[in-house]
Design a protein around this ligand. Structure first.
Ligand SMILES: [Zn+2]
Length: 290
């Protein structure tokens, strides 16, 4: 068993334990984050849309490529669960797992949000994060994780808890239902693992379990992302509020979130082009000539 082993260590156990790890996906061959470019385009942007996400609920929003969207804390500390799709092909959606493999457990300025296979391309780039001062706390926690999946009523059921219908999974399902007008099952199947905006999380040092703690976010903080492709987004204001205690009930104090969509001045986008879908041939070893 993981934390109480049943087997004695072999003679060379220490040798095996002492082997240094290597990073699975060294990401220094990705295009470097162009700080000057993204900083310049945020100067003099025009606000073109503003969506309020009510507490314990979700809303969808559209961000044209080359635009910026800012998730803003208003009224009080609140975390948000973000889903992203390619606006014109909802099969292409945010791939939390590969984003984590490429950029680490938490994202901040300079990291990209990648889409699922076979598309695997940057959907958005994080270009400003007022919580980047937080770094890593003494518990190993940090902000904006791509570890957690979203709170959902199925896990609660499995854990023997009462039914609760305002988990982020259900909130995002209702938002997609409203946006697509598709059958409930189809809309629900589009909901995927999230970016936990403003949420402070990590793995406990003893059991390595996923933990959360009160978010350091305060009204006025924001996370800004640049849309690399045309995006449909949905954001849930998690029923956990600041996620200091629980996240699947009406007991936590919850606040709305705001999504602001900005159009940069066209001249600031000079030289930028929207990334194409992944260039892999999709041969999968079936054609031996290539
Ligand atoms: Zn949630």
């Amino acid at each position: 068993m993981k934390n109480t082993p049943h087997y004695a260590p072999p003679a060379d156990a220490q040798q095996r334990l002492d082997i240094a790890p290597v990073v699975c996906y060294p990401n220094d061959t990705l295009p470097a984050f162009d700080e000057a470019f993204y900083s310049n385009l945020q100067q003099g942007m025009t606000l073109v849309d503003c969506i309020t996400i009510p507490a314990r609920d979700a809303r969808s929003f559209v961000v044209p490529k080359g635009h910026v969207f800012r998730i803003v804390s208003v009224e009080g500390p609140q975390v948000g669960d973000l889903n992203l799709w390619h606006k014109d092909n909802l099969n292409e959606r945010f791939f939390s797992g590969k984003t984590r493999a490429l950029h680490g457990t938490h994202v901040s300025t300079g990291d990209k949000l990648w889409s699922n296979l076979p598309y695997l391309r940057p959907m958005a780039t994080v270009i400003d994060d007022t919580l980047d001062w937080y770094g890593w706390d003494s518990f190993g926690g940090s902000v904006h994780d791509v570890i957690g999946t979203r709170c959902d009523p199925y896990t609660n059921e499995a854990l023997g808890q009462d039914e609760y219908h305002h988990c982020c999974h259900s909130n995002l399902t209702r938002a997609m239902l409203a946006h697509t007008q598709l059958p409930l099952d189809t809309a629900e199947a589009m909901v995927h693992d999230v970016l936990n905006v403003f949420m402070c999380t990590g793995f406990s040092k003893d059991t390595h379990q996923y933990f959360m703690k009160a978010s350091p976010v305060r009204p006025g903080d924001h996370l800004a992302l640049f849309a690399e492709i045309d995006l449909l987004g949905a954001l849930s204001a998690c029923p956990g509020g600041d996620c200091s205690s629980e996240h699947s009930s009406d007991t936590s104090k919850c606040y709305p979130l705001k999504v602001e969509i900005y159009q940069p001045r066209p001249e600031t986008l000079m030289g930028w082009s929207s990334p194409s879908v992944n260039g892999y041939s999709r041969n999968h070893g079936l054609d031996h000539n290539s």
